[in-house]
Design a protein around this ligand. Sequence first.
Ligand code: ZN
Length: 253
Amino acid sequence: MKKAAEEGRKLAIAEGNIENGVPYITVVVDGGWAKRSYGHGYSSMSGDLTNLPYHIFGSHDSCRDVVCTRKLNNEENLVGLLQEDHLFEEIQKCVDNVVRKADWLQKTVTTNYAERYMSLITKFSGGKRVNYTTGGSYQRRCVGAALAYNLGPSWHLALMNKLHLNKFCKRREQLRLQKIESRKKLKARRRQPQNTVSDLHYGPNAQDALPDLPEEFKSNMAKKLAELTKEAGNSVEIERQTTGQHVNPLWLW
Ligand SMILES: [Zn+2]
């Protein structure tokens, strides 16, 4: 590291890159560029960039010696000519776009708005762990990320206390209420029994049990029971009449 620093110092001195007695080198990084100047040359970058159109078209009055190597070339100054047709103004507008980002370039801060926006969305969508692509969920999260960035993290709390902000919100609210209403109806319909005809074989409306035997059997049974009861009173006589059992014809009968 020390060796590399020494090497850099020698290179800087050889190129004449010395500011306030401290050598510096210019570093080119990934399309952007930043000057590492040990904390004393940051403010000069935007100045150099603003002066760039003048330098290109031959006016080196404001060029710093460490930046400009064309001061002694006796170039023709075309700035006045360009200013007559307002063309120079247009060129300056293009350069302004870079000048505004000079601080970011120096500190190697990204100027990629798309990447920055994606990082905000990732906070709202939880990366790729959950599928939010259905029902417009992802779109709402994108809008939410942008609003949270522009208006602060509590922007939604202020909106919650306001009634319908515009036609869109009103329509959304109507749809939401309609959905709740239809769900209630669906639930009520599900609670009702599907078959309104009562079951004859089960439940409180079931029919009375059918008699196992015909009615005449009951009367015959009663008649027979009466006969038997009557005969039971003559048990002594029956016993005498059937003496001998199997040899007695009455016993078998
Ligand atoms: Zn110059």
